[in-house]
Ligand binder design. Structure first.
Ligand code: CUA
Length: 426
């Protein structure tokens, strides 16, 4: 009995006002939460989920809100109950409080209340899931095929021919930038032949897995012009973090201009009408097996999903590929699916140190291969000039919106293209 005496004096000290200092950490926590809440939508966070930009993400945001408010009610209820119980039944003297065992009322209450809460969460969630699934089956939607590669995205427009006069050339295909006309009801058909990726544009849609052997569909309406950042949201190997992309929603006339520019031969070496890769530097021959350039006869590379991920058979030989379509390459924001800003210096870094810049990339090391049969500095320079000229003579379409939008942050930007360490594998 005597062991309770010091605690009683503690308690009386608390009753005299010593309790308040203990509330300081709690108040600080509340302050931090309020502060963080205040700096939500105002800050430009391209991957944030709390600034929905179309009906689809509004729907998802509404589910968040229901969950948030339900959680808040539960949290406050539980905290209040704990505080009430601790104060109301605190030890006032040496008598033990009444000891009880089991309570039918309580058991029923704490079974029914969570069941009701779950129902409140379940019904709108199920409604939203069915609504979005139905929208993804829309027959009249604008279809875009997205192929998850390691580690980049091939974007294919099956309703837009690469060359209207020659259907055999297949659809318009680009990489890592999804250009969409504003207002389009887009259905993405997501495909992979390697591992599972996940296609995610936080401000325009939820995540949808990109599965080998099964086409998933994802729908959203591109309601407002703008640039929306996306990324792979499923761990898919060494360079998963550098499988970024952008969705660029532009007015219809800019979209049409982009298609026209994509089909136009690049203006190379002051010869704006050339459609012949003979005009390209000879070193570009090393690129032809994997990369196409629309409007030119650089069309031998495969595209789509070959049976062997990252590699393709040509005349019995297995070669790497298919790589990204290089049409309008000079008009893209980044190199390597977001890992480097698209500048001549970074292009040089990319060509010389591909394997170092992006781990596991299928593009071989042409600059410093073990056998010493690589490209020279001069040839790399020529390639950089050529690649950075892959745009129309009159400049990139929709300059204001399509080009120069903020690029992904990268810690490899500072790499010196000439500091090749030699441990890169082909
Ligand atoms: Cu693809 Cu992660």
């Amino acid at each position: 009995m005597s062991r309770f005496v010091p605690r009683q004096s503690d308690a009386s000290a608390t009753a005299r006002g010593g309790r308040w200092p203990r509330l300081i950490p709690l108040l600080a926590l509340v302050g931090v939460v309020v502060l963080l809440t205040g700096c939500g939508p105002e800050v430009a966070q391209p991957y944030t989920t709390i600034t929905p930009q179309n009906e689809k993400t509004e729907d998802i945001q509404n589910l968040y809100k229901i969950t948030f408010w339900a959680s808040l009610v539960v949290f406050i209820g539980v905290q209040a109950a704990i505080a009430y119980t601790a104060l109301r039944f605190r030890r006032r003297n040496e008598d033990r409080p009444e000891q009880v065992h089991g309570s039918r009322k309580l058991e029923i209450a704490w079974t029914i209340i969570p069941a009701v809460i779950l129902l409140v969460l379940f019904i709108p969630t199920a409604q939203t899931i069915f609504k979005h699934a139905a929208a993804a089956e829309a027959e009249d939607a604008f279809r875009v095929d997205v192929l998850g590669k390691q580690w980049w995205w091939e974007i294919s427009y099956p309703t837009i021919p690469a060359n209207p006069d020659d259907p055999g050339q297949g659809p318009l295909i680009t990489a890592n930038e999804v250009i969409l006309p504003v207002g389009a009801n887009v259905v993405f058909v997501l495909q992979s032949n390697n591992v599972i990726h996940s296609f995610w544009v936080p401000q325009l849609s939820g995540k949808t897995d990109v599965m080998p052997g099964h086409d998933n569909r994802l729908q959203f309406i591109a309601e407002k012009p703008g640039v929306y950042w996306g990324e792979c949201a499923e761990f898919c190997g060494g360079s998963h973090a550098w499988m970024r992309f952008k969705v660029k929603v532009v007015p219809q006339d800019e979209f049409d201009a982009w298609i026209a520019a994509w089909r136009t031969p690049p203006a190379t070496d002051g010869n704006p009408d050339t459609a012949d890769v003979v005009e390209a530097p000879p070193a570009f021959g090393a690129c032809l097996a994997c990369h196409r350039v629309s409007g030119t006869n650089a069309q031998i590379a495969g595209q789509g999903l070959p049976a062997n991920p990252g590699y393709v058979e040509q005349d019995g030989t297995v070669v790497p590929g298919p790589g990204p379509n290089l049409s309008l390459l000079a008009c893209r924001d980044t190199i390597g699916a977001g890992i480097l800003e698209n500048t001549p210096q970074n292009m040089e870094t990319w060509l010389k140190r591909t394997n170092e810049v992006k781990e596991g990339v299928y593009m071989p090391n042409y600059y410093d291969p073990p056998e010493g049969e690589g490209l020279s500095d001069e040839q790399i320079d020529e390639l950089v000039t050529y690649l950075e000229s892959l745009k129309p003579a009159e400049g990139c379409p929709g300059d204001n919106l399509l080009v120069g939008s903020e690029v992904a942050p990268s810690d490899v930007e500072a790499l010196d293209p000439d500091q090749v360490t030699g441990d890169a594998s082909p």
